[in-house]
Structures are given as structure tokens and as C-alpha cells.
Design a protein around this ligand. Structure first.
Ligand code: SF4
Ligand code: SF4
Length: 217
């Protein structure tokens, strides 16, 4: 799940500038769950743009598996409204917006109406989003009891706590659990405390040289 947050309408209008004919693209997957790019938010954005003198030529909400994989299909389904637009406004993560850019043969401007925050898990209520993986390219979960130190420790420490933890809470944010206390308790439950003595080398950042690509054969 990629978590997004809506940009203020003033910021969106500033970037749209004098562009008047806009096609809105939402996202029926992650952004819908975050309430930033589902049908309700797209319709609200259409109303806000129209109240500010813009013409919305149409809108589409690509569905699962990911907005980025569904853009071509949505362009074909909404051909007239897409052709009538001067610019696109995308209510999704940065992946969706860049996918629109890469699939528009006319290379029109693409603006994004959301800030992309982090990859998360979702709790059972559907309202809580929690960062649990930073996609570091060298997963350590096998020796940290399945708890990620990169995301659960505010300092991203790989070899144990900083010493600032107080009553199980993090010194950086007292409302949050210390990731390394969580790891310690989990390893203790698993009878694997010896894993704490396994020194983790500094991360090999060459493994995350950008842009990362994998093409399945
Ligand atoms: S160590 Fe943490 S950030 Fe890295 S891949 Fe594993 S879960 Fe993701
Ligand atoms: S208190 Fe714990 S979670 Fe917070 S920075 Fe130190 S080791 Fe990391």
C-alpha cells in the first residue's frame, strides 16, 4: 500500500496556472484506500476545479492491480475526453503520475494532486496506515525476529538500540515503541536472542542505485 496525502487546492491551482481543460485520473487502489484518489475525491476535485473556472473534460479511476498498469486502457476508454484535455491532474502516488506521462503520446503536462508519503501496511479498520518497509534492497527480517529496524527505529539503527529508549518507548517520539525493544522481545520469545550478536554490516547502497529496474524473463 502506497500512502498519499492530498495537496492543498491552492497549491494544485498554482501549478495548473492558466491551463483550463483538465482530465483527472484517480486511483481505485491505494489512493482510494487513503481517501485521496477514489471516486468521492475525484468528484470533489472536479467540483473544486470547476468552481475555480476550470473545465474538467472527464475523469477516470484505474483499478487494481495498480493505476500505473491501467493507464493505456483508461486512455482508450476515455479517448474523446482525454484528447480534449490540455493537461492531466493525477490523484495518486508519483508512480501513477509518471505512468500517465510515459503513456501520453502527446506529452502533455501532468500535474499531481497528492504527496506520496510511504509504503505501509493497513490495519483491520482500514483507517490506520503504518510504515513497515523502506524497500532497502537487503532485507534483515530473518535475523531481527521479523521486525524491520530500518522503519521501526527512528534512527534506522541496524545493530541494536541507541541507549535513549525509556520504558520501551523511543527517545525521538515518546508515543512510539522503540523498534529495538520490539526486536529484543520478539527474539526472546523465539529463543533466538543470539541473533542480536550477529553484527550487521553497513548497508550496501550500491544495491539501491537508482533508478532500480527488474525485468522478468
Ligand atoms: S530490512 Fe526493512 S526496509 Fe529493508 S527490505 Fe526488510 S523490511 Fe524492508
Ligand atoms: S530509542 Fe529505540 S527506536 Fe528510538 S532511536 Fe533509539 S533505538 Fe531507535
Amino acid at each position: 500500500m502506497i500512502v498519499t496525502k492530498k495537496k492543498p487546492i491552492e497549491e494544485i491551482l498554482k501549478f495548473l496556472g492558466a491551463s483550463s481543460r483538465i482530465f483527472i485520473i484517480g486511483c481505485g487502489d491505494c489512493a482510494a484506500a487513503c481517501k485521496t484518489g477514489g471516486e468521492k475525491e475525484v468528484i470533489e476535485m472536479k467540483a473544486e476545479l470547476e468552481a475555480n473556472g476550470k473545465i474538467v473534460t472527464g475523469w477516470a479511476i484505474p483499478d487494481s492491480p495498480c493505476v500505473a498498469s491501467q493507464i493505456k486502457l483508461q486512455f482508450a476508454k476515455n479517448k474523446k475526453a482525454v484528447d480534449d484535455a490540455e493537461v492531466f491532474l493525477v490523484l495518486s502516488c508519483g508512480l501513477g503520475a509518471q505512468s500517465v506521462l510515459e503513456n501520453d503520446r502527446n506529452k502533455r503536462p501532468v500535474y499531481i494532486g497528492c504527496d506520496t508519503m510511504f509504503g505501509s501496511i493497513l490495519d483491520a479498520t482500514g483507517h490506520g496506515f503504518f510504515e513497515r518497509c523502506a524497500m532497502c534492497g537487503e532485507c534483515m527480517l530473518n535475523i531481527t525476529g521479523g521486525i524491520c529496524p530500518v522503519t521501526r527505529c527512528a534512527k534506522g539503527l541496524l545493530n541494536g538500540p541507541c541507549g535513549g529508549s525509556n520504558k520501551g518507548k523511543c527517545e525521538v517520539d515518546k508515543d512510539k515503541d522503540c523498534g529495538w525493544i520490539l526486536i529484543y522481545n520478539r527474539l526472546k520469545d523465539l529463543n533466538k536472542l543470539d541473533d542480536l550478536k550477529k553484527i550487521k554490516p553497513a548497508k550496501d547502497h550500491s544495491k539501491v542505485t537508482r533508478p532500480r529496474e527488474i525485468i522478468l524473463g
